[in-house]
Design a protein around this ligand. Structure first.
Ligand code: CP
Length: 311
């Protein structure tokens, strides 16, 4: 693996899941691999889990870590040929090459603006870093993808599954803010490549990109979709067709104890209690969100390990 921009950068997903589970049993087994190597983490947007778990993963491998909250400190220019007489202080061409002098791996978080569909689809921040940096790039959530979260989710589902082909349902749930599509996009891609009976449920108006959905079954009837589910993955996203808009806040789409039944309940977190998921679900044994968050470390660690081994 040269970069980790998308879940499809993993050649053999079942194999890497097993390697991550093995790392989890003995996290320090490769603590010399990252000696004298530095991970630079750039945050254009805030983070709790991604920031701490990726730093922990790097340190488990013996790496040094430097973190820059870049959006609040440094305005980068991403357009080619711009006359830079406004707010941007430095072009990505220089910035990515300069950061590469200090880093052995660069990890980047940059959310979409949710205003311009084409611009967000181009995912220009992460792709510009990939183009101009001279070291590997890790996507810590871009405009369209959150592959570290998706690998985490695949590890978690593999760990808890007793059935050969569990029924996994991705359910939209309400949220007051317009949220990106990245987590849902990457989760869908990942489920499409695993041995699961996978479907999606959301209200009308929330269809995701057809390029992501492909042949996956989509239902506008949550009750029918959740029937006999083994795992319910809950996530809000804003409308893709009416780009970036909140069209529906119907509380009837919230995941409740009644709806979850015996299924396991997953969410990438952060989650708004009693808006997205009922508190009674989050406080029950059905919720595996904390185990899921723990696996963020081992997803990041296996990715960093692969990138270090390739240097
Ligand atoms: N799930 C996730 O990416 O969490 P953070 O936004 O806290 O990093």
């Amino acid at each position: 693996m040269k970069n980790y921009i998308d879940i499809s950068d993993i050649e053999n997903l079942p194999k890497i899941i097993q390697e991550a589970i093995s790392l989890k049993k003995d996290p320090f087994q490769h603590d010399h691999l990252g000696k004298h190597k530095t991970l630079v983490m750039l945050f254009f947007n805030s983070s709790l889990r991604t920031r701490l778990s990726t730093e922990k993963a790097a340190k488990n491998l013996g790496m040094d870590v430097m973190i820059l909250n870049i959006n609040n400190t440094w305005n980068l220019e991403f357009k080619d040929g711009t006359i830079m007489n406004l707010q941007t202080a430095e072009h990505i061409k220089e910035a990515a090459q300069v950061i590469s002098q200090y880093a052995d791996i660069i990890a980047v978080r940059a959310f979409p603006g949710l205003k311009n569909k084409e611009e967000d689809a181009a995912d220009h921040v992460i792709h510009s870093f990939k183009k101009y940096a001279t070291v590997p790039i890790v996507n810590m959530e871009s405009a369209t993808a959150h592959p570290l979260q998706a690998l985490t989710d695949a590890i978690t589902i593999t760990e808890i599954t007793t059935k050969k082909k569990p029924k996994v349902v991705l359910s939209w749930a309400p949220h007051p803010k317009a949220l990106p599509h990245a987590v849902a996009n990457s989760f869908i891609k990942t489920m499409q490549s695993l041995e699961v009976d996978f479907s999606i449920t959301h209200p009308e108006g929330y269809d995701l990109s057809p390029k992501i959905i492909k042949n996956t079954v989509v239902s506008y009837n949550q009750k029918e979709a959740l029937k006999d589910a083994d795992i319910v993955y809950v996530k809000n996203w804003s409308s893709y067709d009416t780009y970036g808009q909140v069209l529906n806040q119907d509380p009837n789409w919230m995941i409740t104890k009644d709806k979850i039944g015996d299924a396991s309940c997953m969410h990438c977190l952060p989650v708004r209690r009693n808006i997205v998921i009922e508190g009674a679900v989050l406080d029950s044994k059905n919720a595996i969100v904390i185990e899921q968050a723990n696996n963020r470390t081992y997803a990041a660690q296996i990715v960093l390990k692969k990138l270090l081994e390739n240097q």
